[in-house]
Design a protein around this ligand. Structure first.
Ligand code: ATP
Ligand code: MG
Length: 328
């Protein structure tokens, strides 16, 4: 079986961008692939996190994985920090990275912009992400569009390691959805929707209540002019809302356009809110059940155990190859 690895940071409340761009594919791939889905808490602390919030957010991501349909009997769901090999290989990948290539990463540039103190963890985020993937010799990595550059770097680092020390890592392929790979912010279609945004109106959280969702969509920015027309260049805001609609309703953009021909923004937004609510409601119900059952801890223990057995094999081989003396 081919292998899949991906993850989501426990850095806030998951958004519909995370679902449409990434998690939806996690669920789709689990039947065909040997799948590993982690909660990236080591990545989350590349920006300051309140300890109590971090714990809660980590459980929240884990329970949401299960709530959207990731089946722990098929896929390993685990917390990154529970498998210490991530930190270990992350360091080795950092030593393999060049300052110049890390400085070119747009996520680093975006997240450090305007800050007078930039954490070094943000800078070495990409080599840790490379380690996450390479530890499992993953064939495929389902991610949103913003992670494409990090995946390219992962491929470079794998190739560099193999070239320097001999064939060790599989060079992974990205798996990026054709539509919905980059859901934009509701108040500014030049920024991607992000769970760590301080502006709650810029995103729809997967756990937002129906009335909150309706309000946020009603207030979402729309382009001047009119018409429900997909044209990301000239109508970025309405095109973004159409992308969300298509994904929630499970139809194509053409079908959305046809359905709303001759109609105004108001009617479209009202329906869009109902589509989003209808998609999220069953997940929210399942989420509440999972949280109250306490089952998540067992799922995470089993997931970490399964993940660690593969991660340990890889790290042992890597250390041997690099010339680390093994303890006797
Ligand atoms: P943060 O602001 O903390 O970086 P985030 O919303 O970007 O949070 P991540 O944990 O960094 O979430 O990313 C998890 C996955 O979700 C990645 O595969 C990423 O590409 C995808 N993703 C994030 N935001 C979007 C978006 N707006 N549209 C589509 N996919 C997204
Ligand atoms: Mg992100």
């Amino acid at each position: 079986k081919l292998r899949v690895l991906s993850g989501i940071q426990s850095s806030g409340r998951l958004t519909i961008g995370n679902y449409i761009g990434a998690m939806k594919n996690f669920v789709e791939l689990q039947d065909e692939y040997d799948s590993y889905y982690m909660i990236a808490d080591l990545h989350a602390v590349t920006v300051p996190q309140d300890p109590a919030d971090l714990r809660e957010q980590t459980e929240m991501v884990a329970a949401l994985y299960a709530a959207v349909g990731i089946d722990p009997a098929k896929a390993a769901i685990f917390v990154q920090s529970h498998v210490h090999q991530h930190a270990e290989l992350g360091w080795l990948m950092t030593t393999l990275s060049y300052m110049g290539e890390l400085e070119r990463m747009t996520q680093f540039k975006d997240k450090s912009a305007g800050k007078d103190a930039v954490g070094a963890g943000l800078f070495v985020y990409p080599p840790l992400m490379a380690a996450d993937i390479l530890l499992y010799q993953a064939h495929l990595v389902p991610v949103g569009d913003d992670q494409k550059q990090h995946l390219e770097l992962t491929r470079d680092l794998a190739g560099r390691f193999n070239h320097r020390y001999g064939e060790t890592f599989r060079v992974p392929e990205p798996f990026i959805p054709k539509s919905g790979a980059r859901i934009m912010s509701l108040d500014d279609a030049s920024n991607k929707m992000s769970k760590s945004s301080p502006l709650a109106g810029s995103y729809i959280a997967m756990l937002d209540e129906p009335d909150v969702i309706r309000k946020k969509i009603a207030r979402a920015k729309t382009d001047t002019g009119m018409g429900i027309v997909f044209d990301p260049q000239n109508k970025p805001e309405i095109s973004n809302l159409m992308t969300i609609y298509a994904s929630c309703a499970g139809i194509t953009l053409d079908e959305v356009q046809a359905r709303y021909e001759g109609q105004g923004y108001g009617a479209f937004k009202k329906d869009l809110a109902e589509q989003v609510v209808a998609m999220l409601e069953p997940m929210q119900k399942k989420y509440a059940e999972i949280r109250s059952s306490g089952a998540i801890h067992d799922i995470l223990r089993d997931g970490a155990e399964k993940a660690a057995s593969i991660a340990e094999k890889t790290i042992r081989q890597v250390k041997e190859t690099m010339g680390f003396l093994s303890p006797r």
